[in-house]
Ligand binder design. Sequence first.
Ligand code: ADE
Length: 357
Amino acid sequence: MAIFSDDENIQKPLAINKNTKNKNLETKETAFDKSFESNIRPKKLDEYIGQSALKNTLKISIEAAKKRNTPLDHLLFYGPPGLGKTTLASVIANELNANIKITSAPALERPRDIIGILMSLKNGDILFIDEIHRLNKVTEEILYPAMEDFFLDMTTGKAQTVKTLRVPLPKFTLIGATTKAGELSGPLRDRFGIIHRLQFYTTQELSQVVTRTAKILDISVDKEGAAIIASRSRGTPRIANRLVKRVADYAFVKSDGKVDAAVAQEALSALNIDSNGLDGTDKALLKLIIEKYDGGPVGLETLAAALGEDSKTIEDVYEPYLLQEGIIQRTPRGRKISPEGYRLMGYKLPTIQQSLF
Ligand code: ADE
């Protein structure tokens, strides 16, 4: 589509995404978290733990791009938050010796936001767009020719004097990340050469993440302590990394600073994180469904209102792990507790449920 380069004529985004009011998710990762995460972030693919299928695909694609001296195909990573999508984008940039520009869809509100970024890129650079499902239509349409042919389509002048020109762009790689691949439009999705869902990490992989992070931060964690932290991190390295810090603080204040199984267990109980990694909000959510809604089904908005939580936060942050572990189920009529959910919460399965399962 054509974009007016003359500021006065810049088209306003047709649709500001409906999710822009959701500030809650953005505040989940604070400035402190970001600097802490960048210290412990792996720099090379070999240091990146887990996601082995994806790493193997990437190794080949990166080597091919280097050998041919062509840009890497555009990549789309999707999956729940905290699984390392941004980390992986930085690792890829490092492997390619390329610069990376990191932005997110809500920051690309006006056409000039994306145009400015695209024009500032150099050959081989990586552009990372987080929450890419939240791009507005105008920005998305600017990206189509940019991704496909490395051109910006611009129009100048007004009415009868309108001229269209194609401005060449450097050959860059776009890496998009989203928690909601289903909300991406077909034409945008089709322009990615590699589309990959990041998986939750196994406890063993998370133990390696914990051990690696503890080493970088000079925290003493033994094998058993690492395994306990890992098993309560909901399959998510971002959570594992935060828990290492919290447990280390606890060990420092309450004992000699060394984290073993007993200290890890004590610290995590003090943080109200149970042996399955469920925290206060998870448990409140599950208790609500069991006690107030007879195990469900109950609508997401009803649950959010009753908990005083944002529905998007429940959907994007809390639910993915509960669904993956089979603790809750999604039905057309809302969320429902599974027999496993009753068991974990220490409730007896109601007789009507027993006959249904
Ligand atoms: N820190 C966060 N994610 C990681 C990963 N996948 N590997 C190593 N360190 C990490």
